[in-house]
Design a protein around this ligand. Structure first.
Ligand code: HEC
Ligand code: HEC
Length: 206
């Protein structure tokens, strides 16, 4: 058996390591590149360009991934988002979810709800138990989205779409929204829009 050629072996190892580092750098670059497309609508600093586009910066990673998956399969219908994800792979979707979840949640400076509106939102929560899933202060968890500080008009739109089942990717949420009084839901989205409580979950907000 010939003696091991240590210098040659270590050169081989170093080349392997270098290739690996290069590959992961290329992957990170590729995600940056893919994420740049998202910024044209979801915003350079996480502030969406229009009021019916949701915040994705600092949103829950699991939730972002599920939505991207549902847009891709067509379970959640939206012409813009379906076109965006059409050519992305599952790995891309996972990497994008991790990328945006790690960003800080932006403050859209939406007004705080009046006392009456806040009371109506609280009453709805008492009867339906929204915080049972969305957690205290509506900060979200895993595959349940953060709602605190989300775009007001987007929330109204998506709640209506759950109610008429245009947003069909979670029939359970549709049932729940249909069972909730429309006035209470209106108050709730106004209340949520003005809620921030940054830093309380430490997720994307530190
Ligand atoms: C042309 C504009 C546009 C582009 C580009 C775009 N989005 Fe969106 N995105 C939207 C709109 C509008 C919605 C809301 C869809 C709806 O109302 O159901 C949305 C919804 C989403 C949602 C669901 C959020 C939620 O709260 O339910 C996620 C996640 C998302 N986009 C991620 C991305 C990612 C990641 C990219 C880049 C790969 C991207 N988007 C590119 C316009 C865009
Ligand atoms: C049983 C758990 C549960 C309860 C209770 C619940 N939600 Fe949800 N909610 C979810 C899940 C899970 C989703 C994500 C659905 C999906 O995958 O599309 C969601 C999505 C939403 C969205 C869409 C957010 C976005 O970014 O598009 C809104 C708005 C919302 N819920 C509001 C409410 C309100 C208001 C209540 C109380 C009236 C409530 N939810 C009660 C689990 C729950």
């Amino acid at each position: 058996m010939p003696p091991l050629n240590i210098p040659r072996l270590s050169i081989m190892l170093m080349t392997l390591v270098a290739a690996f580092v290069q590959a992961s750098a290329a992957q990170a670059e590729a995600i940056e590149e893919k994420a740049a497309i998202c910024s044209t609508c979801h915003g350079e600093k996480g502030v969406p360009i229009d009021k019916v586009t949701p915040i994705i910066w600092g949103q829950m990673e699991g939730y972002i991934y599920l939505q991207l998956r549902d847009f891709k399969s067509g379970a959640r219908a939206n012409d813009l988002m379906q076109a965006v994800v059409a050519d992305l792979t599952k790995d891309d979707l996972k990497a994008l979810a991790a990328y945006f979840a790690a960003k800080p949640w932006p403050d859209l400076q939406q007004p705080s709800a009046s006392k009456d509106v806040a009371a109506a939102a609280l009453a709805l929560n008492t009867s339906v138990g929204c915080t049972g899933c969305h957690l205290g202060d509506y900060q979200g968890d895993s595959t349940v989205p953060r709602l605190a500080g989300q775009q007001h008009e987007y929330m109204d739109k998506t709640i209506n779409e759950f109610r008429d089942r245009t947003r069909a990717n979670n029939p359970g949420m549709s049932d729940l929204m249909i069972a909730s009084p429309p006035d209470g839901l209106k108050a709730m989205s106004a209340y949520l829009a003005g809620l921030q409580i940054l830093g309380s979950t430490g997720h994307g907000s530190r």
